[in-house]
Design a protein around this ligand. Structure first.
Ligand SMILES: Nc1ncnc2c1ncn2[C@@H]1O[C@H](COP(=O)(O)OP(=O)(O)OP(=O)(O)O)[C@@H](O)[C@H]1O
Ligand SMILES: [Mg+2]
Length: 313
């Protein structure tokens, strides 16, 4: 859906992005990670032409981005960022309605969409609808920013550290929400984050950048199991690699069915193996019963099987 071919961009003679080739597939959740200053935000901004590239080619839906008028790009691509933000003299509702208004939606449709998004992002419409950005906390502003990006249901969502100022609980629920939207509606999402665990939790396609270059890209599982270099290995924390791998898998794949249910507090099929490992430790057990979403026991989970899954070469 979005393709980079040998894209280079320099600021004041210094390369910020050099010779980057990437393919962000339609319907995929792509995540850019990397060290500070490695070119992630610049890469993102070249997609919607907030920054123009020097050489190479970027295509959106088969056409060079330079052939799409900037206004069209902005309507077709939602953009949410941590730092810049909301229009200060507009209410929360007006901010969220930015693109729907450009698209001439009816007042009634805009109103109900704004209410829907506020509720989705856990912002009580009765409290927040008429507020101004300076009357919000940093985390609340961020959520309004995400709501604004989602408002017109864009084909592509570009997100630059959108959850940075959020507490872990809100952050995790917003991650789940974005994942749900992406899976349900097949949205193409490109997200930049510093948070390795967030990247691993969200990405179908993970792109690791360093010093303006793509060092490795692929499925999270591949980057953890087959790091292309010591840099990649170190980036994901060599000592945490096993645990992080376990975070990529769910209990349901390792259930031993047909065994007599074990004693202990059950784990659910949807839990990650990383969380399940914690349950084994907390309960000092090596076998735990597994329940499905309806709470019915479906088998057992063995600590030994979990450990085996996290083995890296
Ligand atoms: N408008 C600009 N003018 C000059 N230099 C810039 C500009 N934007 C980015 N740079 C430089 O380009 C490089 C890449 O910056 P970029 O913002 O893409 O990095 P990043 O990976 O997003 O970093 P961070 O994780 O800190 O946000 C940096 O060295 C930065 O200083
Ligand atoms: Mg950045």
């Amino acid at each position: 859906m979005i393709e980079f071919e040998h894209v280079t961009k320099a600021f004041h003679g210094k390369a910020a992005v050099s010779d980057v080739s990437l393919n962000f597939a339609e319907g995929a959740f792509s995540v850019l990670v990397g060290t500070s200053g490695s070119g992630k935000s610049t890469t993102l901004k070249m997609i919607n032409r907030m920054v123009d590239f020097d050489s190479g080619m970027i295509r959106f839906a088969g056409e060079p981005v330079t052939r799409h008028p900037v206004t069209t790009l902005r309507r077709r691509m939602g953009y949410a960022i941590q730092s810049i933000g909301l229009f200060p003299h507009w209410t929360v509702a007006e901010n969220i309605a930015t693109v729907p208004r450009l698209l001439n939606w009816s007042g009634k449709k805009i109103h109900s969409r704004v209410i829907e998004l506020l509720e989705l992002l856990n912002l009580d419409p009765a409290v927040f609808y008429q507020r101004y950005p300076h009357q919000l906390s940093g985390g609340q502003q961020q959520r309004v920013g995400v709501a604004r990006a989602l408002a017109a249901d864009p084909e592509v969502l570009l997100m630059d550290e959108p959850f940075g100022a959020l507490d872990p609980v809100t952050r995790s629920s917003l991650q789940q929400e974005i994942l749900r939207v992406q899976r349900a509606q097949g949205r193409t999402i490109i997200l930049v984050t510093h948070d390795i665990d967030e990247a691993l939790a969200l990405a179908d396609h993970l792109v690791l950048m360093d010093n303006g270059k793509v060092v490795q890209q692929g499925a999270p599982d591949t980057l953890l199991r087959q790091p292309a270099s010591d840099f990649v290995r170190g980036f994901f924390g060599d000592s945490d690699r096993g645990i992080r791998l376990l975070g990529l898998y769910r209990v349901k794949n390792l259930v031993r069915q047909g065994e007599a249910p074990s004693d202990g507090q059950p784990v659910t099929v949807a839990l990650s193996l990383r969380e399940a490992l914690s349950a084994f430790i907390q309960q000092a057990r090596s076998v735990l019963p597994v329940v499905n979403d309806a709470g019915e026991v479906v088998g057992n989970l063995h600590l030994q099987d979990v450990i085996h899954q996290g083995v890296t070469p």
